[in-house]
Structures are given as structure tokens and as C-alpha cells.
Design a protein around this ligand. Structure first.
Ligand code: NAD
Ligand code: UD1
Length: 345
């Protein structure tokens, strides 16, 4: 299949590009480099030995999006493009709603005009809110989000599903849509080559890039956000999934989306939670020295526990995460130690 990745120069998109190419698909990428650069795509080409059609454009720019889609006429679009920082979304809600909602609306309009029918969307476990007890299953109702970023994911899911329902009735739609909503848990790690990985701008908000930067000497110590939760070691628990497992989940989802119609939701997680301190210890083992940390106060908006029930993806897509926290930490360290300053090393 010919698969177009919006936001394909980013962290998850670049790893997915590798897996798609290795599975025999052709890949095109459109990105505005607002949180990335073309270096990641060059490295994807280096890993795979294949070229990627690369377009620099804002996906919300309908004229440009139409030009690219007309040229590519992809069998499937995987829509990664979006702004993703929870804290920033609280400071800049308008920018988050504008970018995340607009990119999705523009893609849907273009798909309707061009008769393109398959789309896989990057959603997040954040849409479960804090109304449920884990493990989260896809049948659970969406909850109340605690920040604008979460609401954009919540709304984008709704928009895609509403468009799918309308497309079944015909009207302006040439074909019924096939929509696959992927709810990621906590993507971490890097490609085993160490050539591509997560390269956050500024101070990392997320745990694993922060730990990696402490380990490599870019930051002094990690602050653990609270050790007074009702968990075995008092720190929060999450479902950390290796980004290459996640990437392979996208291959399965894109292949599943083709040749069907409807909306289907899948959790992409491992089903196994680890605490913050367990992750710190696993990383210390992988890098061969202690990762310095101190205990700080809780972070506002954090839920105590979040992990998936990932059995639906296994049953329907035939996909399950294979890599554990040793591989996660080994590969994250391999990337960080080879690229101490990310792609600007
Ligand atoms: P990322 O920032 O590395 O990648 C997103 C890419 O989209 C970037 O390359 C950015 O330049 C591009 N982009 C943003 N707005 C664009 C626009 N208007 N036009 C074209 N390109 C645009 O983030 P990521 O971690 O790879 O996340 C990919 C997707 O997965 C995002 O939608 C994110 O919200 C979602 N997601 C990520 C996580 C996570 O923990 N990383 C968890 C759940 C969901
Ligand atoms: C966060 C977002 C979530 C988003 C996801 C993307 C919040 C509340 N949630 O999830 O919406 O989809 O990122 O990956 O921001 N931690 C520390 N010290 C740190 C950083 C994190 O102790 O410096 C802890 C957190 O308290 C949490 C765990 O590590 O318990 C994981 O945090 P993080 O990587 O930010 O992910 P989430 O909070 O699960």
C-alpha cells in the first residue's frame, strides 16, 4: 500500500515509517517541522535503504494538503500531525484547538473530495479521563479530560466517527470511511539502531526523556512527582510501550483499515504497569550507573494509575507488544548516548 504519514518526521511517525517500509509498504511524509526536522526522515531512509517522498507543509493548509493528496492518492493516511504537550496546551489552548482540530477537518474534507477512505488516527489513553479504574478497555466511555490537549484528542475521535457515520449514507461521500482510532498508552524507547529516537525541545515533560537526559549528563537529577500514592512504592504506575511495538501496531492497523468500513478503536499498550521508581531502576541498570533523583510534590493533573487492556488489538489485529522494559531502557539509552543532544548532536 501507499501510506501517507502526516507528522511523519516526529517521534512516533518516524519509527512507524521504518516498520511500514520493512513490511513492504511505500511511505510518504508530510510535516511542517514545527516539532521536528527532516533529519529524522533522512535517518529512516538510512535504516531502511529506501526513499521516502517528503513534503514540507502545514496539513491544515487545504490547498497544499489537496496538492499532496492528489499526487499521492494514498491507500491509507496515518494522522500523527498535532501538538502534544499537556502543559503547553493549558497555556496556549487556542493554538492547540486550532492546529489539532483544523488538521483533522482539512484531511476529512480532502478525503471526501478525492474519494480517499482509510484513516488511522493517533489518539491517547488520556481520553479515558480519570473516571475509570484500569485496565482500560475500549468499551469504557470516554471520560472528562483535564487539559486542552486531551480534549483535542477527544474531539478529533468524535469528528472522525461522525464523518464515518455520514459517509455510510453516501451523500457527498464517494465511499464509506474506514476509521481506526489508536489509543496509545506511554510510548517510550527508540529504534534499536540508535539512529532515531525521541528528541524533545527544551526541558522534557515526560518521564523517559527526562531520565535519559539525566543519565547522559544533560540534567542534574529527576524529580519524582510524588511518592505518596496508593501503590506498592508510592509512585504512579503507567503502561510504557516500546515505540517499535507501537510502530508495528500501526502496520497492523493500516492493513486492517484497508478494505473495510466503520470506526474501530484499539488500545496500543502492553497491559503491564510499571511505577516511576521501577523505570528509574531499570534505566540505571541499562546505562550502568545510578540515575539521580529526588522526591518532589505530586504534579497537578496526574492520575495514579493508567494501563491498558490490550486484548482487543491481539484478537482483531493479531498484534501484541513484544518488548519489555529492559529493551525499552536499552534502546532509549542507545539512542541518547549516541545522540546526547538529539538530532543536533
Ligand atoms: P511529535 O511532536 O514528535 O510528532 C508530531 C509531528 O507533527 C511533528 O513532527 C510536528 O512537526 C508535526 N506537526 C504538528 N502540527 C503539524 C501541522 N499542522 N502540519 C504538519 N505537521 C505538523 O509527537 P509524537 O510523540 O510523534 O506524537 C505523534 C502523535 O501521537 C500526536 O498526534 C500525539 O498527540 C499522539 N500521541 C503521542 C503520545 C506520546 O506520548 N508521544 C501519546 C499519545 C498520543
Ligand atoms: C502525559 C500526559 C498525557 C499524554 C502523555 C504523552 C499528563 C498529566 N499526561 O502522560 O496526556 O498523552 O504524557 O506521553 O501530563 N514523572 C515524574 N517526573 C518527571 C516526569 C514524569 O515523576 O519529570 C512521572 C509522572 O508523574 C507520571 C509518570 O512519570 O507518573 C509518567 O509521566 P509522563 O511521561 O509525563 O506521562 P503521563 O503523565 O502518563
Amino acid at each position: 500500500m501507499n501510506i501517507l504519514l502526516t507528522g511523519g518526521a516526529g517521534y512516533i511517525g518516524s519509527h512507524t515509517a521504518v516498520s511500514l517500509i520493512e513490511a513492504g509498504h511505500d511511505v510518504a511524509v508530510v510535516d511542517d517541522y514545527s516539532n521536528s526536522s527532516d533529519e529524522a526522515v533522512k535517518r529512516v531512509e538510512k535504516i531502511t535503504g529506501r526513499s521516502v517522498n517528503l513534503y514540507e507543509a502545514d496539513v491544515a493548509d487545504k490547498k497544499k494538503a489537496m496538492e499532496i493528496l492528489k499526487k499521492e492518492m494514498p491507500d491509507c493516511i496515518i494522522h500523527f500531525a498535532g501538538l502534544k504537550s499537556v502543559g503547553e496546551s493549558i497555556e496556549k489552548p487556542i493554538e492547540y484547538y486550532r492546529n489539532n482540530i483544523d488538521t483533522t477537518l482539512t484531511l476529512l474534507e480532502c478525503m471526501r473530495e478525492l474519494g480517499l477512505s482509510n484513516i488511522v488516527f493517533s489518539s491517547s489513553a488520556t481520553v479515558y479521563g480519570d473516571d475509570h479504574t484500569p485496565p482500560f478497555t475500549e468499551e469504557m466511555s470516554k471520560g472528562m479530560c483535564t487539559n486542552p490537549y486531551g480534549w483535542t484528542k477527544w474531539m478529533q475521535e468524535q469528528m472522525l466517527d461522525d464523518a464515518q457515520t455520514a459517509s455510510e449514507k453516501g451523500g457527498d461521500w464517494k465511499k464509506p470511511l474506514s476509521v481506526v482510532l489508536l489509543r496509545y498508552f506511554n510510548p517510550v524507547g527508540a529504534h534499536e539502531s540508535g539512529l532515531i529516537g525521541e528528541d524533545p525541545q527544551g526541558i522534557p515533560n515526560n518521564l523517559m526523556p527526562y531520565i535519559s537526559q539525566v543519565a547522559v549528563g544533560r540534567r542534574e537529577k529527576l524529580t519524582v512527582f510524588g511518592d505518596d500514592y496508593d501503590t506498592p512504592d508510592g509512585t504512579c504506575r503507567r503502561d510504557y510501550i516500546h515505540v517499535m511495538d507501537l510502530a508495528e501496531g500501526h502496520v497492523a492497523a493500516a492493513e486492517y483499515a484497508a478494505g473495510r468500513s466503520g470506526t474501530e478503536i484499539f488500545n496500543l499498550g502492553t497491559g503491564t504497569p510499571y511505577s516511576v521508581l521501577e523505570m528509574v531502576n531499570a534505566f540505571s541498570k541499562a546505562c550502568g550507573h545510578e540515575v539521580a533523583y529526588e522526591i518532589g510534590p505530586r504534579r497537578a493533573g496526574d492520575v495514579q494509575d493508567s494501563w491498558s487492556d490490550a486484548t482487543k488489538a491481539e484478537k482483531v489485529l493479531g498484534w501484541a507488544a513484544k518488548r519489555g522494559i529492559e529493551e525499552i531502557c536499552r534502546d532509549a539509552w542507545n539512542w541518547q548516548s549516541q545522540n546526547p543532544n538529539g538530532y543536533n548532536n
